[in-house]
Design a protein around this ligand. Structure first.
Ligand SMILES: [Zn+2]
Length: 322
């Protein structure tokens, strides 16, 4: 089954090595009110193209940017960055979690209305751009709220109909099992779900439990504030040795650019604005396929297993099993 990228349909087999959770840009509602707000579109594109070209030089053919709708999702920008970098970009429909997202209008809609909206974007494109998302984003916060249950249910309904992948955000690696239960209740195919952000699990076993039914994301590689990479690498090696190699996806949750004049995320608030390098955490964007892959090799992970992680798993997640 082909997958929809921002520049058109692509066969799963043609994706190549794929990072399932990276971002071109994140913007937070309200930042445009800041007197210091003056984003330069050309500069943003140049910065993102630069990063993706570095990825491409290291063998990555595609990324998924699962930016939720309300955090500055910008399909036209992705299309330009994809064309200029030669890296395919698959973007998402879907809202974020209650604390940081879900616009008021949609809080007042029922589950089916939200599912219909997602399905409309998936089949007709975003607004009048004609650019179509290829995955659904879903998210929960520290506790799973009633509103989040409704929005996750909508994602499940839409996935069951559209047959695309769902990629999730979890706060502090929590509630992946609840996410799975809600999707399953709504007829979604759990084998096409990626339960994201499992980096903060202190043990590998809870990740394995999720991997029984879905893909799991160790997708904040290099994000030292949240977890040390040594532990991430240990977890990946443990999952592989217990037979879950075909369920693990690796990525970094890097943000190529921000448009906010000040750092918008409270837990990392050092102001004034942070240099772009911070967003990739002072590493090249290829770190996950170079440095981190090296840490996995040191733990006995083979080239064939790395191929499964970076090529086969994203392909099966995004395009389904052939
Ligand atoms: Zn993210």
């Amino acid at each position: 089954m082909p997958v929809m990228s921002v520049t058109g349909r692509i066969e799963g087999a043609d994706l190549g090595a794929t990072l399932v959770h990276e971002h071109i840009i994140i913007s937070i509602p309200g930042e445009e009110l800041d007197p210091g707000y003056a984003p330069d579109r050309n500069e943003i594109i140049a910065m993102a193209v630069d990063r993706l070209q570095e990825l491409k030089a290291n063998g990555v053919g595609a990324i998924v940017d699962p930016c939720p709708i309300e955090l500055g999702r910008n399909p036209e920008l992705y299309a330009e960055v994809s064309q200029r970098s030669g890296v395919r970009i698959i973007f998402a429909t879907g809202f974020y979690f209650e604390d940081l997202g879900i616009p008021q209008y949609w809080r007042a809609r029922d589950k089916q209305e939200i599912a219909d909206f997602y399905l409309h974007e998936l089949s007709e494109g975003v607004g009048r751009t004609g650019l179509r998302p290829g995955v659904i984003k879903a998210a929960t916060g520290n506790a799973v709220t009633e509103l989040e249950r409704r929005v996750l249910g909508a994602a499940g309904l839409a996935q069951a109909q559209a047959g695309c992948a769902i990629i999730t955000h979890t706060e502090h690696s929590r509630h992946g099992d609840t996410q799975q239960a809600i999707f399953a209740e709504h007829g979604a195919d759990l084998s096409r779900v990626l339960i994201g952000h499992q980096d903060e699990q202190t043990e590998w076993e809870p990740i394995a439990a999720l991997a029984e039914r879905s893909f799991v994301g160790i997708d904040r590689v290099g994000y030292d504030i949240l977890a040390p990479d040594e532990r991430r690498a240990d977890h990946v090696a443990a999952l592989l040795s217990h037979g879950f190699g075909n369920k693990v996806c690796l990525s970094q949750d890097c943000v190529c650019t921000l448009s906010a004049p000040k750092m918008p995320f409270p837990p990392m608030r050092p102001n004034p604005p942070l240099p772009a390098a911070f967003l990739a955490r002072n590493r090249p964007m290829s770190y996950v396929v170079t440095g981190f892959a090296g840490a996995l090799r040191e733990r006995g992970v083979t080239e064939a297993e790395l191929d499964v992680i970076f090529r086969d798993n994203p392909r099966r997640l995004l395009a389904g099993a052939e």
